[in-house]
Design a protein around this ligand. Structure first.
Ligand SMILES: Cc1ncc(COP(=O)(O)O)c(C=O)c1O
Length: 462
């Protein structure tokens, strides 16, 4: 998905074998997906890359889906897959969940949009307060909007312009955060003196220059950067557990130290929980790690498969919105269909017990994959929390983007993805993503995943 320079450090496996397996698996993929190829030929004439969002682009073409039910999805060729992609980590509730369906159907008959508040929005805000601890909530329509508003609020609260972000984190596609998402290692300077690199074209250099970067899990590097510019930084935005370069949890004490340092410099701390929020635990990463930021951004799995999100705020930050000093706007904010889906998702499906079960399933799947890694001596390890997990194709444990770019093996990761797709496991393309489990995944689904992974492990080590 993201272009990065990950090439791996050499897996110790036979590169010719990996190349020839990749070729044969690509051939199988092409043969299985003829109807998708036809859709692609038509789509590419009217949508760049044949897709609605560039994250859906895939070589040689994407799989076009028709239907999903529970843990299963079907494509236009009639192939059935067990879904571990989950719409980039959204469908923790499972496809076509009847509890979400009923809530939304009931709303549809009472009209789909007012741009006036409804009771559901109050219930959802109360539930988010209960789960995440921050006292005030506003709604938006995507993760990008959530982090964009949070950046505005940090600037409004402090009267400062600079933003600090972590190298390798993706926070959506607005100017302030399209920086050092997947930068080439030879352009990013040292850990203590990192250089921010624009991600893609179209952002004025003057805006990119307002965003500074730090490596994850490195308090000394953060101290060094803050020592230089700390009094000019409005907000620090951070994924409390990184989930866009595989999964990297924070080291013990890291988030606490980030909290302390940002408070010391008067910097607003934003936890971007767009990915972790409704997947890691009932209270997201904030609840899991017990560190409270000034703002939390949510989207993805929080809205039951509908396009929505929210921003949690401290009393001080919320006052800026209350006074309309920072403009927190949007025609579709708190849309009744989205709120009905979010309410059903948060109060009926993704309960505290649901997270206990998701975690058990995740431990099981990670355990199965780790057994396979050990049995075949693969240069890899497993990582994950709650509904999120992955196999990381790196001989070394990774702690930040620079490790990821140096050690994670792109060829092996891509071949693993092809094996999954060709064995009926629908997975996110690319090197950096992870699986997302849903309440609908069964033991057999998890065993199917492990089966596909074992077929891959056997072939690459044969
Ligand atoms: C951590 C994080 N923040 C923000 C976003 C942007 O969310 P959206 O795609 O809904 O705009 C993403 C998307 O993947 C994300 O992973």
């Amino acid at each position: 998905m993201f272009e990065s320079n990950t090439g791996g450090s050499g897996s110790g496996l036979d590169p010719k074998r990996i190349a020839s397996l990749t070729e044969s698996q690509q051939e199988i993929y092409r043969n299985r997906t003829g109807a998708s190829a036809a859709e692609y030929q038509r789509a590419v004439k009217v949508m760049p890359g044949g897709v609605p969002s560039s994250f859906q682009m895939m070589d040689p073409w994407p799989v076009y889906l028709t239907e999903g039910k529970g843990s299963q999805v079907w494509d236009v060729d009639g192939n059935q897959y067990t879904d571990f992609h989950a719409g980039f980590g959204v469908m923790v509730i499972g496809h076509a969940n009847p509890m979400i369906g009923e809530a939304v159907k009931a709303r549809i008959d009472q009209s789909t949009h007012f741009a006036a508040p409804t009771n559901d929005s109050i219930v959802v805000a109360e539930e988010l307060k209960r789960r995440f601890g921050l006292p005030h909530w506003r709604f938006i329509n995507s993760g990008t909007e959530a982090t964009m508003d949070a950046v505005h609020l940090a600037r409004g609260a402090t009267g400062r312009d600079m933003i600090l972000k972590v190298e390798g984190s993706y926070h959506g596609h607005h100017d302030a955060v399209m920086v050092s998402v997947a930068p080439p290692l030879d352009q990013i300077g040292t850990r203590e003196n990192p250089i921010a690199v624009p991600y893609g074209e179209g952002t004025p250099r003057a805006l990119t220059d307002l965003t500074h970067t730090v490596p994850f899990n490195n308090i000394d590097a953060l101290k060094a950067v803050l020592g230089k510019i700390g009094d000019q930084v409005a907000g620090m935005i951070i994924e409390p557990a990184m989930m866009n370069i595989n999964i990297i949890p924070p080291k013990d004490g890291y988030l606490e130290a980030v909290r302390e340092l940002t408070a010391q410099y008067g910097i607003k701390l934003i936890f971007d929980e767009v990915k972790t929020g409704a997947t890691m635990s009932h209270g997201g990463a904030t609840g899991y790690y017990g560190v409270t930021p000034d703002m939390i951004t949510l989207a993805k799995a929080t809205c039951g498969g509908y396009p929505g999100g929210s921003i949690g705020m401290s009393d001080e930050v919320a006052q800026l919105v209350e006074d309309d000093r920072v403009k927190q706007y949007g025609t579709f904010n708190g849309n009744p269909l989205v709120m009905a889906a979010a309410e059903a998702a948060l109060t009926k499906v993704l309960t505290e017990e649901a997270y206990v079960e998701l975690n058990e399933k995740n431990e099981y799947l990670k355990g199965r994959c780790q057994e396979i890694i050990d049995k075949y001596g693969l240069p890899a390890y497993t990582e994950g929390i709650g509904a999120k997990g992955c196999v990381i194709f790196s001989p070394e444990r990774i702690y930040e983007y620079r490790d990821y770019a140096e050690y994670v093996d792109a060829e092996l990761s891509t071949l693993g993805w092809l094996y999954h797709m060709n064995h009926g496991i629908f997975m996110t393309p690319g090197v950096e993503e992870e699986w997302t489990l849903s309440v609908a995944h069964s033991q057999a689904d998890l065993d199917n995943y492990a089966g596909a992974f074992e077929a891959f492990a056997q072939d690459v080590t044969a």
